[in-house]
Ligand binder design. Sequence first.
Ligand code: PLP
Length: 223
Amino acid sequence: MSNIATNILSLRKMLPGSVTIVAVSKMQHVAALREAYDAGQRVFGENKVQELVNKQGQLPADIAWHFIGHLQTNKVKMIVPFIDLIHSIDSLHLLREVDREAKKHNRKINCLLQIKIAREETKFGLSPEDAGVLLDNPEYVSLHHINIIGVMGMGSFSDDHEVVRKEFKRLHDCYENLKALYFKGHGSFDVISMGMSGDFMVAIEEGSTMVRIGTSIFGERQY
Ligand SMILES: *Cc1c(COP(=O)(O)O)cnc(C)c1O
């Protein structure tokens, strides 16, 4: 069995069955994704639009592709025909563009609100307060081709698991608050996307339902 297949199977054994594993395949060759696919992996995450589109064209159609990087509005139209979940919605402006393009394809696209939980200045995302402001905006209510199904966050790049744990707790709290305030009664707000190779066990302990794992599946990134 290939290393990639072994890694996927041992992750699957380690994690609760209810947790979705997104195989983060950015900067990996198509052959590596194919190995993961042959091991049964069907959810892949990419963070660059062009790379995602190239790979999508070369791999089987039953893959669920997730976009996990910063998304520019002018590139939304390239992924809308096939994307399964966008993890990185960080403005109403972006959401409006996804809705507009999705409408052209007669699709309703699942999205996560990216919440800024780490202290590092470089991280994209909405503050929990701004997520509320977005969901309060009457224009949001008028968008019928997007479906917000949860939140996503990235912990600090820190070896200190207690720092990261606090950030994951903050994301979980944010999720619970948004769910209570904006999604009561409609049951589809149920995704907390948090946890990467270095911190997924902490993320699971703090309530993650979706982990995004690159290095622990594919090894160090290639190109
Ligand atoms: C690269 C990336 C990951 C995966 O990182 P690993 O440490 O390789 O598991 C997860 N989420 C996002 C948003 C990423 O950009």
